[in-house]
Design a protein around this ligand. Structure first.
Ligand SMILES: CC(C)(COP(=O)(O)OP(=O)(O)OC[C@H]1O[C@@H](n2cnc3c(N)ncnc32)[C@H](O)[C@@H]1OP(=O)(O)O)[C@@H](O)C(=O)NCCC(=O)NCCS
Length: 166
């Protein structure tokens, strides 16, 4: 049984987060750019606004996954939130993503009062789509040529999850 701890990221996690995105699947599945500076990552964590919750997953004292929950500050979109996540390639498929999602959705549902969560996912990213469906997200539409990935444009699905009542 793997012991996975989820906590808020600190600026000192920037290097470990950089190591996550240095692995090919983590880069491929997200909108990260190769060779981003660690300093930029550090700054993003240090300067996260009050609506942004950068979380990390820690196994045996090592950061192996990350998820950022973005609350929406706009007056009429305050009931919505978005997320982005990645697990280091050598840790994928071992429950880290599930642990991160559980904490994220507990925050969204029970503490931040977020009614609608949304995200974009590349249409060929099956593990991620399965994870999101497992947590109640549904495909709402497809955005054409949404991002440039490894030499070509790629489509994403827009996925949404409406919090269950009760
Ligand atoms: C998507 C991602 C975050 C999932 O995290 P993870 O730690 O691998 O996920 P888990 O081990 O908790 O598995 C969660 C679910 O994902 C699915 N899954 C995981 N690995 C899979 C694989 N290799 N193939 C198919 N489905 C897979 C399963 O449905 C699994 O649930 P189950 O075991 O109950 O069936 C991770 O694979 C990842 O970082 N991928 C690269 C970056 C990325 O794509 N980020 C998402 C951007 S939208």
């Amino acid at each position: 049984m793997i012991n996975i701890t989820i906590r808020r990221a600190t600026p000192d996690d920037a290097e470990a987060i950089d190591r996550i995105f240095a692995t090919p699947r983590a880069l491929w599945g997200t909108l990260q750019v190769p060779h981003m500076s660690v300093e930029t990552r550090r700054k993003r964590i240090a300067e996260a606004d009050a609506h942004t919750y950068p979380l990390v997953a820690v196994v045996d004292g090592e950061v192996v996954g990350q998820l950022t929950l973005h609350g929406n500050a706009r007056e009429r979109r305050k009931h919505t939130g978005a997320l982005g996540m990645a697990v280091r390639d050598d840790w994928q498929g071992r429950g880290v993503g599930t642990a991160l999602m559980r904490v994220c959705l507990d925050m969204a549902d029970n503490w931040l009062n977020i009614h609608r969560m949304e995200l974009e996912v590349f249409v060929d990213n099956e593990p991620a789509i399965r994870l999101y469906k497992k947590f109640g997200f549904v495909i709402e539409g497809q955005l054409t040529d949404f991002a440039f990935r490894d030499g070509e444009y790629a489509d994403v699905y827009m996925m949404g999850r409406i919090r269950k009542k009760g």
